[in-house]
Design a protein. Structure first.
Length: 158
């Protein structure tokens, strides 16, 4: 029997309570809706340790509910193993990118391709801004960017 190897994606932001769990949930729903969810493993994580063990920000959860996207995640920090097991590590801004590249350089068998999720945005919004200190509207913007980027990413990698 031939087993299809899963492609594995890790979405990363600073705290793993706003942007990256939204991206993870959007990816999961899109893959499910497109009937390819069994070909993907999708997770998210943080570059920092601040929020480890916490659920996603309540404003992000409310935003996902409004769009009927289910979200189940507990914040975790990116590990050395992640660089060896994930094919793609997609982060939200330049500071995430710097932190990840620094971490990856200390991992011998790093295979992950580290890039900005926004590099897939057809509207060319490269940076997905942290909505934490913003309003519900900022969470909505993150959601919309993630939808565009995830759709383009899946089209390119399916």
């Amino acid at each position: 029997i031939f087993y299809m190897a899963k492609k594995v994606i890790l979405c990363i932001c600073l705290w793993n309570i706003c942007r990256s769990p939204i991206a993870e949930a959007v990816f999961q729903k899109m893959a499910t809706d497109n009937g390819v969810v069994d070909k993907w493993r999708i997770d998210s994580g943080a570059t920092s340790t601040y929020e480890i063990g916490n659920p996603p920000d309540h404003r992000g959860q409310a935003c996902m509910k409004r769009h009927a996207v289910s979200m189940r995640h507990v914040a975790r920090q990116v590990t050395k193993e992640d660089f060896m097991t994930f094919d793609h590590i997609l982060c939200m801004d330049e500071s995430n990118l710097r932190d990840l590249n620094k971490k990856a350089s200390s991992v011998k068998n790093s295979k992950a391709k580290i890039e900005l999720l926004g590099s897939y945005d057809p509207e060319k919004q490269l940076i997905i801004q942290d909505p934490y200190y913003g309003s519900d509207k900022d969470f909505e913007t993150v959601y919309e960017q993630c939808v565009r980027c995830c759709k383009a990413f899946l089209e390119q990698h399916s």
